[in-house]
Each structure stands twice: as structure tokens, then as C-alpha cells.
Design a protein around this ligand. Structure first.
Ligand SMILES: *Cc1c(COP(=O)(O)O)cnc(C)c1O
Length: 406
């Protein structure tokens, strides 16, 4: 801890004493084996049984009972009516954007602070990512900043909203529930309605999170989940499109499975489509994992409580707390340094790695990556600030059990 005399003399010491930070994190991680990764999967006997059943029955590929069962379990967990299993989250985002009518040359709004897959999926759809700022209220897209930006750059031409600087149609907005913390969807919904933008939620990090009691993934017309190895539930690689719209779900299933018309033997396909279906063997793993989702959310929330408590006395750093009115799955816990210490971030990361704690900085904002440098964007002061002083800490659910009791 910073001594009270140092605090009395000036608000902050010049250089951070890193020992108390390491000490606080060590106390939270307790007896967990070092090095401690950011997020690791864990499988039990149940996953083993279900995967073995696929092998023994020869049903390993893109048909089989586990795909349907996994879809039903994920739909139930989010509260969405329909779910369509996809080979990974990026492919699911790509397909979801195309299915929502995003076309070549459209612009899609998304936060500059996200994993690169969100922007890549927009590019895969032939559209141009248009980056907007984030808010410290949720770590996600800032609806107010979005509205102010659109008020300045959007114009109605021939019955569509276009970016008057580029002449391109503004088609969709992709909010990302960063680290499991829900975006303010009521505020975003109002802005999307004003500018007639379709909402496709990137809920890849927020399975099990709720906002006002409603599951992430049920606010947009459709939403996307991921079951990559580092997510709260994993199928090795996997994704899902969820929606309440039955016709949309039916088309999503068709469009991601080569648009093959059902028939006992004929190969009839009726549109250019994708082979994006999740194999049964991955879905089997997912079924086993989904049985444990409530327990994993509970463990992650307990781990977050430990981190919050461990850092509650730090004057120059805090653990990010879930937004008001939400229940976050706390996919990744985030340490936020005070602005004065942004320059210390990498020294802290190096010390953590040297100590067997595989912490990571926030993703490089999309507009700073070479391939997205020239994309349209709003002012991004919060995104750039966030990037300089957030650090993700190990957050695997099983760490809640190794933590020292406080
Ligand atoms: C994980 C993730 C995705 C999708 O990732 P896949 O590895 O393709 O499943 C998309 N967006 C965000 C924000 C993510 O964290």
C-alpha cells in the first residue's frame, strides 16, 4: 500500500511501487499453479463422455444430435428463441452481418476498442468498419458519442442514411459487451432507431451476462456468441447466431450450411452460401460445458469480488466493476490504472509476467492497426485513454477455488 505520509505529501508517488500490486494479485490467485494464464478451459468427465459418444457413434461432423442440443442449451441460457451453431465467432459475425443485409461498400459502426475479429468480420462482408468511441460507464460503445458523431456526419439521401464524407450507406452497428460488461442497450437502441441502423450484438464475451435481467444477445435483431478456447464456455472453436426471429434463424441455418435443400439424395443448393456449420464433436463438448455455465458464471463473479476487495484500498488503480443495472459474467477482470500512471503500464506488465502472471494490455485500438488506419471514425479520446491504462488479469473460473479466503 502507499503509505499515508506519502499520500499526505502528494497525491501520487512518482513511480509506482509494484510490490503491493503483485502482492494483491498473489493473494487473489492463492495456490493456483504459476504461470497463471489469462483464461483457461477446464473439462470434466461429462465432456469426455459426450465427445466419446460422437466417436463411438461415428457422428463427428456437421450433422448429429449434439448440434441441436447445444443450440437449444445456448438459446435457453441467453433467452433467445433460436440459435444456429457456427464454426467460430468470426464466421458467425460475418454471416450475421450478411444476413442482416450488410452489402459490399456499406459502412458498419463498431467500437475502436474490440478484438480484431469484429472489424475483420465487417471486412469479410465487403463493408467498411467505421469506428466510434467507448465509454468508461461500460467499457463498450458509447451511445451518446455515437449519436453526436452521426448528427455530424450522417445525411439522408434517396431514403437511406449515408456518411456524407464518403457517400457510403450506414447500415448496421455492432455493440460489443467488452469483457462481459453489457453496453447500454436502451440508449443504443434509440440511436439505432433514429439512424435506421440494424443492431448485431457481438456477445462473444458475454454469455451469461444480463442487463435489466435480460440476457446479452437478446437486444439486437441478432447476436453472435463465441466458444473459442479462451471464452467462458468452449467447444475448442465455435460460434452461434441467436435471434428471436424464426424466419431469420431458418435462413441463417441454410446460409451457413451450403444452402442445401433438404432431400434424401439430391444435391440442390439455391444460393451462394457458406460451409460454416459447427461439427457435432465440437457441439458435444459444448453440451458438457453448458451444463456448467451457471457454476462458471458464479465462480467468475466470486473471483471478481476477490479482485475488487484486494484493490479496494489502492489510490492509483482499481478493478473495473460491472455497470449499474447489469450482472456481468466478468469474462476478464480489468485493472484500471489512474491516468497519471498510464506510462507505467508496460513496466507493470513486465513485472507481472516475470512473476508468472500472464496479464495482458487492452487490444490495440482498431484505428491504430495498419489495415484499418484509413477507415472512417469519430474522435476517439476515450478509446485511446482506455488502451493506455487497462490491464486484464487472470480470470479462469477455477481460480475462484484456489483464491485465498479473505
Ligand atoms: C472471441 C471474440 C470474437 C470471435 O472470436 P472467434 O475466435 O472467431 O470465435 C469476436 N469478437 C470479440 C470481441 C471476441 O472477443
Amino acid at each position: 500500500m502507499v503509505s499515508s505520509t506519502a499520500q499526505a505529501n502528494r497525491k501520487y508517488p512518482d513511480m509506482l511501487d509494484l510490490k503491493p500490486v503483485l502482492g494483491a494479485i498473489d493473494a487473489v490467485l492463492g495456490s493456483a499453479a504459476r504461470p497463471v494464464e489469462l483464461h483457461e478451459p477446464r473439462f470434466g468427465q461429462r465432456e469426455r463422455e459426450l465427445v466419446l459418444d460422437c466417436i463411438d457413434s461415428n457422428w463427428v461432423s456437421s450433422a448429429g444430435k449434439y448440434v441441436t442440443r447445444f443450440e437449444e442449451m445456448v438459446a435457453a441460457a441467453t433467452g433467445a428463441r433460436h440459435a444456429v451453431a457456427i464454426v467460430n465467432g468470426t464466421a458467425a459475425l460475418h454471416a450475421a452481418l450478411v444476413l442482416e443485409g450488410v452489402e459490399q461498400g456499406d459502412e458498419v459502426l463498431l467500437p475502436a476498442i474490440t478484438f480484431v475479429a469484429t472489424a475483420n468480420a465487417v471486412s469479410h462482408a465487403g463493408a467498411i468498419p467505421h469506428f466510434v468511441d467507448s465509454t468508461w460507464d461500460t467499457l463498450g460503445l458509447d451511445p451518446q458519442a455515437l449519436e453526436a458523431h452521426l448528427d455530424a456526419v450522417a445525411e439522408r439521401r434517396n431514403g437511406a442514411w449515408v456518411n456524407k464524407q464518403t457517400g457510403r450507406r450506414l447500415r448496421a452497428v455492432v455493440p460489443v459487451h467488452i469483457f462481459g460488461h453489457p453496453v447500454d442497450m436502451a440508449a443504443l437502441g434509440a440511436v439505432a432507431a433514429k439512424y435506421e441502423l440494424v443492431i448485431v450484438e457481438d456477445a462473444t464475451e458475454s454469455l451469461g451476462s444480463t442487463l435489466g435481467g435480460k440476457g446479452c444477445g437478446t437486444f439486437g435483431h441478432s447476436a453472435v456468441l463465441s466458444f473459442n478456447g479462451n471464452k467462458i464456455v468452449t467447444t475448442g472453436g465455435g460460434g452461434m447466431i441467436v435471434t428471436d426471429d424464426e424466419a431469420h434463424a431458418r435462413h441463417a441455418r441454410h446460409f451457413t450450411s451450403t444452402a442445401k435443400r433438404a432431400h434424401a439424395w439430391a444435391f440442390d443448393h439455391d444460393e451462394v452460401a457458406y460451409n460454416y456449420r459447427l461439427p457435432n464433436i465440437n457441439a458435444a463438448l459444448g453440451c458438457g460445458q453448458m451444463e456448467r455455465l451457471p457454476a462458471m458464471v458464479d465462480a467468475k463473479r466470486r473471483l471478481a469480488e476477490r479482485y475488487l476487495l484486494a484493490f479496494s484500498d489502492f489510490p492509483w488503480a482499481r478493478i473495473y466493476r460491472e455497470p449499474e443495472g447489469s450482472q456481468s459474467n466478468y469474462w476478464l477482470n480489468t485493472l484500471v490504472l489512474e491516468r497519471e500512471y498510464a506510462a507505467e503500464r508496460d513496466r507493470l506488465l513486465a513485472a507481472l509476467h516475470g512473476h508468472g502472471i500472464r496479464a495482458r494490455p487492452l487490444w490495440t485500438p482498431m484505428h491504430l492497426l495498419p489495415m484499418y488506419r484509413d477507415c472512417p471514425r469519430s474522435q476517439l479520446p476515450v478509446a485511446e485513454d482506455m488502451h493506455t491504462r487497462c490491464i486484464n488479469l487472470p480470470s479462469s473460473p477455477f481460480l475462484a477455488e484456489s483464491a485465498n479466503k479473505v
